[in-house]
Design a protein around this ligand. Structure first.
Ligand code: GLC
Length: 533
């Protein structure tokens, strides 16, 4: 088996810089804080870190409203700090992926300030400006992604036209129909790749392709404000050509489309994305059959070389331990998810705090920051027990910008690192297992019929045969795998802290004696019968 590219080997860890670690006591995480905690990433064995935006921004959308694509916001530090971070990461063998926001800028970006200054400004056509509809309203029926923002158009009194914003009014959409815009954004990509960045996460990629005629969505069987063919794919291919000017770089796209047929299109041909974030997977109910269906469907739809990016959490969603809690199973299911993502064919993406099984934080009405209700999943990471480190829990010496989770005392990094049965210890072990196993990294995958409520699959590579299984039920379930009669196995890892012993045992076959505990996930090594125990 040839060595896979770096982005296929281990997990990619998403840092949400505002909430990772605060190095200067202002209550907001920053690059200095992140640089001081790189041991944590190394201990998890992650291959790469993906940073949510750290660029100059008025922070209307927490940095996804960029006012300078090629500089760092003072709240996070300086460009030199970012260079230093890249060097520190590389020294530890960790790759750096930045978040690139090509669909829109901040309304404070000099391009937009110029564009809105006059209809004759040379930058006017860098954004999407239109006259009112005949009834005096917005040019079409497109809506902002954020319900609270309403229409995707805002009227500019000064020049008497509307401008398009797929998100907040402070995030005007760039006009990718204008080749100058495309060239300028390509130069942003080169700016960061020249600085040694290893990859980019492309924000809101599906939005780069819009119906050039700007027709309304109503009465159409498809959306006109996103995922428009062929322009979406032509633009992506143009981006990929820029990325391919460099050695060994990677692009992963946020392709927020809830239809896997549409998602795999962004992976096809070998000249588009390396990986696509798959939101069909993220929105699944906690149900073995549903997970099985989506994994099988992806494998069936995607080209054989297409590489999945499996993830169940990011900064836009309720945390795994809360979303799947269902009366108290959240912690166990968060552990099962960690094993599942490690053992599926593809690259696991971890959102900071997933390794601690963090739940959502409670945000009192007076502390709400986000326009779209996403604060609970963005609470700062607890590093140390508040009883020792004070209310900032080692995240900050100041007042944290959002409240921390109530469970910081038990769930913080320091408490969990001291407990071999903690979620953190489990996730570190999973990182080691993936590093040790070619079958996990790049082996073949075969989904099994494993009985009700159990998702099970085989991963095989030269000399290795691994079986992963997740019990989605809240009661014990036997692990029945008819294709593997009476298999002998060793437990490599279990998410159930009560399961002890890794000795070789008999029986995952049709009359299994192996019983999965409630919400337990396991990784078993199947042992050839000939081998003595
Ligand atoms: C993406 C980001 C989200 C942001 C939006 C607009 O969906 O993940 O946080 O609000 O794009 O940039």
């Amino acid at each position: 088996m040839s060595s896979p590219p770096w982005w296929q080997r281990g997990a990619v860890y998403q840092v949400y810089p505002r909430s990772f670690a605060d190095g200067d006591g202002d209550g907001v995480g920053d690059l200095r804080g992140l640089r001081a905690h790189l041991d944590h990433l190394a201990d998890l064995g992650v291959t790469a870190v993906w940073l949510s935006p750290v660029f100059t921004s008025p922070m209307v959308d927490a940095g996804y409203d960029v006012a300078d694509f090629c500089d760092v916001d003072p709240v996070f530090g300086t460009l030199e700090d970012l260079d230093g971070l890249i060097a520190d990461c590389h020294a530890r063998g960790i790759r750096v992926v930045l978040d690139w926001v090509p669909n829109h800028s901040s309304d404070q970006h000099p391009w937009f300030l110029a564009s809105r200054s006059s209809r004759d400004d040379p930058r006017r056509d860098w954004y999407v400006w239109r006259d009112s509809a005949p009834d005096g309203g917005p040019p079409n029926d497109w809506r902002s992604e954020f319900a609270a923002a309403g229409p995707a158009w805002s009227y500019d009194e000064h020049t008497g036209q509307w401008y398009l914003h797929s998100y907040t009014p402070q995030q005007p959409d760039l006009n990718w129909d204008n080749p100058e815009v495309e060239a300028a954004m390509h130069d942003v990509v080169r700016f960061w790749l020249d600085r040694g960045v290893d990859g980019l996460r492309i924000d809101a990629l599906q939005r780069l392709g819009k119906d050039p005629l700007l027709r309304s969505n109503a009465g159409s069987d498809r959306r006109h404000d996103q995922d428009w063919e062929p322009v979406a794919h032509e633009r992506l291919r143009g981006i990929r050509r820029v990325v391919d000017e460099y050695q060994d770089r990677m692009i992963v796209g946020e392709v927020y489309l809830l239809d896997q047929r549409r998602v795999v299109d962004y992976l096809s041909g070998g000249d588009q994305l390396h990986m696509a974030h798959n939101f069909v997977f993220l929105h699944l109910p906690w149900d073995a059959a549903a997970f099985r269906h989506v994994i099988a469907e992806f494998e069936a739809l995607a080209e054989p070389d297409a590489w999945p990016a499996w993830f169940l959490g990011n900064h836009d969603h309720s945390r795994i331990a809360t979303r799947y809690d269902d009366g108290g199973s959240g912690q166990a299911r968060a552990r099962a998810v960690a094993l599942m993502l490690t053992a599926l064919r593809g690259t696991p993406f971890l959102y900071q705090g997933d390794e601690l099984g963090l739940p959502d934080a409670e945000i009192p009405p007076g502390r709400v920051v986000d326009v779209d209700g996403r604060d609970p999943g963005r609470a700062p990471l607890p590093w140390r027990p508040p009883s020792l480190a004070g209310p900032g829990a080692g995240f900050t010496t100041g007042e944290p910008w959002l409240p921390l989770v109530r469970e910081a005392e038990q769930l913080c990094v320091e408490s969990q690192a001291a407990d071999p049965c903690s979620t953190l210890s489990l996730v570190r072990r999973l990182g080691e297992l993936r590093a040790e196993s070619a079958a996990l990294r790049s082996g073949d995958q075969h989904l099994l019929d494993a009985g009700p409520d159990v998702l099970a699959w085989l991963r095989t590579g030269p000399g290795e045969r691994l079986l992963a299984a997740v019990n989605f039920a809240t009661e014990p379930r036997p692990l029945i795998v008819p294709g593997i009669p009476g298999a002998r196995h060793a437990v490599l890892v279990s998410t159930d802290p009560e399961r002890t012993g890794t000795a070789v045992q008999d029986g995952t076959g049709p009359r299994a004696r192996f019983v999965l505990q409630p919400s337990e996930a396991v990784l078993l090594e199947l042992v050839p019968h000939a081998r003595p125990t």
